[in-house]
Design a protein around this ligand. Structure first.
Ligand code: SAM
Length: 269
């Protein structure tokens, strides 16, 4: 069947599954996100994946200006044309994983928002963490199951590397759940909106971020094993005990602060 030519400025391409395109259409959900973000005068908002503008246009109307990063070339022209009636949109055509948020921020912090492509959730979260020093906060829509992992604590079945890495650097708050019907096409899973607020560097207390990341990765890489076994490549049992942690415990039993203690324990050669 031939598609009739789209009106100038209309979004005419079908959603692309490969780019995680599930477009929000429920105005009530958009309003709740805008309320949660609550932009204040002078804030510098950066949206990841504006899509067809479901959040972009209401945020522009509320705030006047916004930077957005979109990978899909087909969306650029209609976004630009439609944004003109709502506010000042600075649209960057890029893969968000290639965007240097620190350079983008320059001398003033940014606030990240986005209904993220679910296939890239974790890489985008870790990329944002790398630039946490210039990020005031983040409001993201993600798969509900991912948000539960991000916000969970010791003892939970879903507590893991993502929980510890994010909570070590940010306050993580699950805000509300969104059903599949709010999107076109509907995803197969529930979604949730989460707020991440990077902690001040002096309160994070991690001496060597690389070592912290290595220890958390090793500990959860073999989560059924005791720390003595799981960490054998990076730390021996005596060092674990000297850091004040029982080497017979498993990673899922440790609080975030325990991982910080392990990572900060002096390395003996
Ligand atoms: N914000 C829109 C909404 O709420 O309807 C769209 C959300 S859709 C779930 C994800 C958006 O991210 C799509 O517009 C998609 O093209 C874009 N996207 C996918 N991969 C991207 C990437 N690597 N960098 C930037 N944008 C990307």
């Amino acid at each position: 069947m031939m598609r009739s030519p789209a009106a100038p400025g209309a979004f005419s391409e079908p959603p692309k599954k490969s780019l995680g395109q599930n477009f929000l259409h429920e105005r009530g959900v958009v309003d709740r996100i805008v309320l949660a973000v609550n932009p204040q005068p002078g804030d510098r908002l950066v949206e990841i994946g504006p899509g067809q503008g479901a959040m972009t246009f209401p945020l522009l109307e509320r705030h006047g200006a916004l930077t957005a990063i979109e990978f899909d070339r087909d969306l650029l022209e209609p976004l630009t044309l439609q944004a003109a009636t709502h506010g000042e949109l600075n649209l960057i055509h890029a893969n968000v994983l290639d965007v240097d948020f620190t350079a983008l921020a320059g001398d003033a912090p940014i606030r990240l928002v986005g209904n993220l492509p679910y296939n890239l959730s974790s890489p985008i979260l870790f990329h944002a963490l790398d630039h946490a020093a210039v990020v005031t906060d983040m409001h993201f829509m993600l798969q509900k199951e991912v948000v539960e992992r991000m916000a969970s604590g010791p003892g939970s079945k879903v507590y893991g590397r993502l929980s510890v890495m994010l909570q070590a650097y940010c306050e993580v708050t699950m805000l509300f759940v969104v059903g599949p019907g709010a999107f076109r096409p509907p995803p197969k899973v529930d979604s949730a909106v989460v707020r991440l607020k990077p902690r001040a560097p002096e309160t994070v207390g991690i001496d060597d971020p690389r070592r912290f990341s290595d220890i958390v990765r090793a500990a959860f890489g073999q989560r059924r094993k005791t720390l003595r076994n799981a960490l054998s490549d990076v730390m021996d049992g005596d060092a674990i005990a000297a850091a004040g942690i029982d080497p017979q415990l498993r990673a899922e039993q440790l609080a975030v602060a325990d991982f910080v203690r392990l990572a900060n324990h002096p390395v003996t050669t």
